[in-house]
Each structure stands twice: as C-alpha cells, then as structure tokens.
Unconditional design. Structure first.
Length: 201
C-alpha cells in the first residue's frame, strides 16, 4: 500500500520572496495500543493482553531510564533520549534546577528500521483539509461579520476554522486586523481573545 502525500507551501517569512514546498504524509488515522496488541498477537504466541502488559511496563521502564540520565536503545527500533530547555534569559552563573525543564523525548531510528522505508512507494493525493486557504480580505471580513453576529469573542482556532488557514497564517492575518483596527485583542498576548472593534467603521 503506497504512502499518500501532498505538497504544502512553507509559511511566509519576512525577506523570503520565493515560497518553498514540502511534502507531508496524509495520515489514515491512529494505530492504538489495542490495535498493536491484536496485530502482534497474530504474529507470536503472546496474547493481546500480554502485549498490552509489556507495553505498559515498557512505558514505566522508559521513564525510569530516561529520568536517570540514560539513553534507551531498543535494538532494531531506535534510541530514546531526553531533550531539555531553559529560559532564554537564564544567567549561566546563577542557573539552577528550577530553570530547566524537559522539552521532549527525542527518537532516533536504528539503521534497520530506516532501511525498511527505502523501498516504500508514494502516491500524490490532494488533501484539501490540511491546506491553508486562500481568501480575499473582503471575504474574510464578511465571514467574521457573520461569526460575530452570533459570537462575542473569537479565538485563533475559531479563525482557523472560519478561514481554513493554518496556524501561522492565522496569526499573521489576525495581527493585520488588530493593527488596522478591524479587531481588538481583549485577552493577553499569550492567550488572545478577539472582538470586533466597534470604533472602526
């Protein structure tokens, strides 16, 4: 079964005049622990319940090893390691444990796993649900007028659903509307809540 993909334009950046395309997989859904357990059950003597118990134990063992500063290597699959972050304005001379937090868990696939994908086939398919929409400003304003006729506030996610824009394009467009007075942010910078600016006619 070929892997379906579509092409997307990279978010616009200041000073960049030529848009670049990147490919993304069109996902078919999520394979759950139950799905994996039942599939593995068909390939070995373990029951589905046994597999779920092993995966639950693996979760605990991964946490224990990573939290103790180890890299976890599952042969044939890959390596797991912690990624850390600190405040951008932290002073190296006075840094302490409270300034550090876990950014995420990094996964690096083993060569064997990576090589299995060298023979996969791909199929291009348009995925309209994930493309950032293209609208004229007048059309966007008309949609917002209809939205505010029934709603008092608008969040960024509401604007995305309204326009079909992706996250970065939605932020940029909302910023333009705030700057020109069409919208007003009555929330905070971190958690903006937009209302229609009644002053602008």
């Amino acid at each position: 079964m070929p892997i379906k993909f579509d092409l997307y334009t990279n978010p616009e950046k200041e000073g960049v005049t030529t848009s670049r395309l990147h490919a993304k997989v069109i996902t078919n859904g999520v394979v759950t622990t139950r799905n994996l357990s039942e599939s593995i059950n068909q390939k070995c003597t373990l029951t589905a319940a046994d597999v779920r118990a092993v995966l639950a134990a693996l979760n605990t063992e991964l946490y224990n090893a990573l939290s103790n500063g180890y890299i976890v290597h599952l042969e044939g699959i890959g390596r797991f390691s912690l990624s850390l972050k600190c405040a951008p304005d932290v002073n190296p001379e006075y840094v302490n444990a409270s300034d550090i937090s876990v950014k995420g868990i990094r996964f690096t696939p083993d060569k064997e796993l990576s090589e299995m994908f060298e023979t996969v086939q791909f199929e291009h398919e348009a995925d309209d649900s994930r493309h950032s929409g293209n609208m004229e400003l007048t059309e966007i304003i008309a949609k917002m007028d209809r939205y505010f006729a029934e709603n008092q506030f608008m969040r960024r996610r509401d604007f995305e659903k309204l326009t079909g824009f992706n996250k970065s394009k939605a932020w940029r467009t909302l910023k333009v509307f705030v700057e020109d007075g069409t919208l007003k942010n009555v929330g905070t910078k971190e958690m903006p809540m937009y209302v229609k600016n009644q002053i602008k006619q």
